[in-house]
Design a protein around this ligand. Structure first.
Ligand code: CA
Length: 708
């Protein structure tokens, strides 16, 4: 009964609003700030400037969500990772897909209206640590903005999908990659980049939304002191940051890229963004011990000038990839009897931070997942109380850190409901063996971490890897940010699960890496509904209403950092299919996905393993440094890119045509001849042959150690 009554009120409201359903040209700062006046639309990446991802829609609620069914689906023309949150306005849903493509669909039928392909060169894929993904669009006064992987910032006419202007945010000779959703604030398109593992220097930029002209740029780490940037970051970098670095480290970039969160508070007129790790990860190779500002920091600036206001650093002298890039949510919380204007972040390092967003003062921090690198955060100094073993570059000993670089939580959006007062976040527990590479030197291709990534090294029992595997967990966590404690959690088979949306109907939606799309009661965590999406889900769902009907939409397909690199022997949390789609659901929806194709994998047929243990180990180290980031740790692919144990190229010299000759360059597999000799490539092949033979032997014994 309750559902019926609420539905009829919503229908009436929608009919009233339907008469003046404003389109893309109506989207400006006021429209985004007052998004609740048009609750049916989703006009910005996190729906509103505060990025709470809380929808006031109530047609779908905790009483009727069990009747949710597929309304329509659209197949995408890429099988790489999908991370975007679509926008919806005026009955049209807009989204980005892998390779920075943009699609517009009728939001009620899924009929394609237009499609735009920026034709990103395939070989840019090797510069993207974490897949050729894109997280979404910004809209402003009739235009859509997409940051293409290769650094082009493109303004499209929302009606036609045709480019209005294109500008470059970084040069083609760099190793930056752009995957984040732009935001538009006061007529400026704000966007950062990725690339902190590739000798790059982090920055965030503001471009005029009408013309694409660069307005200001804020660098996050010091540059060449003899060449001032003449940017708003110059002064704070000179006064605060420079003394926390060894002289000359700017020559290797420094890191601190701004690849995800950018949030705006119209009341305080402050723009917030978070920065990534240092480059290389291992701090020893960044010169001296020091805080290395502004790495792993949240920074507040003025949106019109980029002028620095405050910063808070999460991990001084980080060497674990514990970035501060993860989504920030703004909210007003009652803390200690006072209403505080806060920002909240659940960054990779596993602590949930609540900061006063006017001043940057740390109000509270508590670990939301298992954490072994620190005993806590000192509220007086704001600094972590580190456990000494975590400093692997001091001890010289391998150390399995929890969280690892996947993070207790990464880019996958979290949500906050002002109704329940809870934050809903996709949490991970995934350890990582940090081990210094004593022979490290910077190379022009691949990641520069300063770590031994041979996956167990010379240990025949793969002890570090087994510890890593044992640590793998993933769950949807409902977190009380005032009390700093878990209220409920829903366990998934493993980590890397999807982003979240929560609604006024007391429902929270999340997809998972095993291919389920599901709903829970927001207040209690009671499971309410689930759907077999036929592919992993990493992206965040969103919800919108057109006419009388509320929809929930989500994109499918695995990939990203975990999907590409975390192929681990024995990992079972994935999904065998990679069917990339945009799915939309409504109450009583009757559409059906086509039957799944049969999963098939050719039998393993490697040549015999004849190389010496020394050569195999050398191959393991080189594989770990150059190949594992895309083809999976321990040569076990999680299914997004080819599993090299199975490639027929192991038995032929075609292997060298690809690895050194660049024969598959257009598909993203560039030549590695700049960093590998023929002998070294042969060692990589010997390692792959060994891994393939080990797997074949395990399969014969009935212990299939291959993932997915
Ligand atoms: Ca990073």
């Amino acid at each position: 009964m309750r559902g019926l009554r609420v539905s009829s009120i919503v229908v009436g409201l929608a009919l009233m609003l339907g008469a003046c359903h404003p389109g893309p040209s109506s989207v400006d700062g006021r429209r985004i700030a007052e998004a609740n006046q048009h609750p049916g639309d989703w006009v910005s990446y996190g729906r509103t400037y505060d990025e709470q991802r809380f929808s006031p829609l109530t047609q779908i609620d905790d009483g009727n969500v069990g009747r949710l069914g597929l309304a329509w689906f659209a197949d995408l023309d890429t099988n790489r990772g999908q991370e975007a949150t679509p926008l919806e306005i005026g009955g049209v849903i807009y989204t980005t897909t892998a390779w920075s493509k943009v699609e517009a669909y009728d939001a009620t039928t899924g009929r394609q209206i237009w499609s735009y392909d920026p034709k990103v060169p395939g070989d840019w894929g090797v510069k993207a640590c974490c897949d050729v993904v894109n997280r979404g669009l910004a809209m402003w006064k009739g235009k859509l903005y997409v940051g293409a992987l290769d650094g082009r910032l493109i303004a499209l006419d929302a009606k036609t999908g045709r480019p209005v202007w294109i500008t470059r945010t970084f040069g083609q000779d760099t190793s930056y990659a752009s995957t984040g959703a732009p935001r538009v604030v006061k007529g400026r398109v704000i966007i950062g980049t990725g690339g902190a593992e590739y000798n790059q220097r982090g920055f965030v930029s503001a471009y005029d939304a009408e013309t694409g002209r660069l307005d200001w740029r804020f660098y996050t780490v010091p540059g060449d002191p003899s060449k001032p940037d003449r940017q708003p970051s110059d002064q704070p970098l000179r006064d605060i940051a420079a003394k926390t670095w060894a002289p000359g480290t700017w020559k290797v970039g420094g890191g601190g890229t701004v690849w995800d969160t950018i949030v705006y508070d119209p009341k305080l007129d402050l723009l917030y963004f978070g920065t990534d790790n240092g480059d290389p990860w291992n701090q020893r190779y960044r010169g001296v011990r020091g805080d290395n500002l502004f790495l792993t920091s949240i920074i507040a600036v003025r949106p019109e000038t980029g002028k620095y206001v405050w910063h808070y650093q999460l991990n001084p002298g980080d060497e674990w990839d514990y970035s501060a890039v993860q989504p920030i949510i703004l909210a007003d919380l009652k803390i200690g009897g006072r209403t505080r204007q806060v920002l909240m972040q659940a960054p990779k390092n596993g602590f949930f931070y609540v900061l006063d967003r006017k001043t940057g003062e740390l109000l509270s921090a508590k670990n939301y997942v298992t954490v072994n690198w620190a005993k806590g955060i000192d509220l007086k100094t704001g600094r972590p109380i580190e456990t000494p073993e975590a400093r692997y570059s001091d001890t010289g000993k391998p150390w399995v850190g929890v969280p690892g670089p996947l993070g207790g939580h990464s880019w996958n959006p979290m949500a906050y409901s002002p109704k329940t007062g809870l934050v809903y976040l996709p949490a991970n527990e995934a350890g990582f063996p940090y081990q210094e590479d004593p022979a490290f030197k910077h190379e022009p291709l691949g990641e520069n971490l300063g770590l031994d990534l041979s996956g167990g090294g010379k240990d025949p029992d793969y002890a570090a890897q087994k510890a890593q595997l044992a640590s793998l967990k993933g769950y949807l966590l409902a977190w009380d940010p005032v009390a700093q404690k878990a209220v409920w959690r829903a366990d998934h088979p493993g980590p890397a699960n999807g982003g979240v949306v929560v609604t006024a109907g007391n429902v929270v939606f999340e997809g998972s890496y095993d291919g389920k799309f599901a709903a829970w009661r927001a207040d209690t965590g009671k499971p309410l509904w689930s759907f077999d999406a036929q592919a992993p889900i990493m992206a965040a769902p969103m919800t919108y209403q057109v006419g009388a009907v509320q929809y929930v939409a989500v994109m499918t397909c695995g990939g990203g950092a975990f999907g590409l690199s975390a192929g681990l022997p024995g990992l079972k949390s994935g999904h065998p299919h990679q069917l990339c789609r945009l799915l939309a659901f409504d109450l009583g929806g009757q559409a059906k996905l086509p039957p799944l194709p049969a999963a098939s994998r050719p039998p393993l047929n490697p040549p015999p393993a004849t190389a010496t243990a020394e050569v195999v180990h050398q191959g393991a180290e080189l594989y770990g440094r150059y190949c594992g980031i895309c083809h999976g740790g321990s040569a076990v692919s999680a299914g997004v890119t080819p599993d090299l144990r199975y490639t027929p190229l192991l038995a032929s010299d075609g292997f060298f045509d690809v690895v050194l000759g660049g024969a598959l360059r257009s598909q993203g597999m560039v030549s590695f001849s700049r960093v590998l000799t023929h002998d070294q490539a042969a060692a990589v092949r010997a390692y792959l042959i060994q891994r393939a033979n080990d797997t074949k032997a395990a399969q014969a014994k009935g212990e299939d150690l291959s993932a997915g």
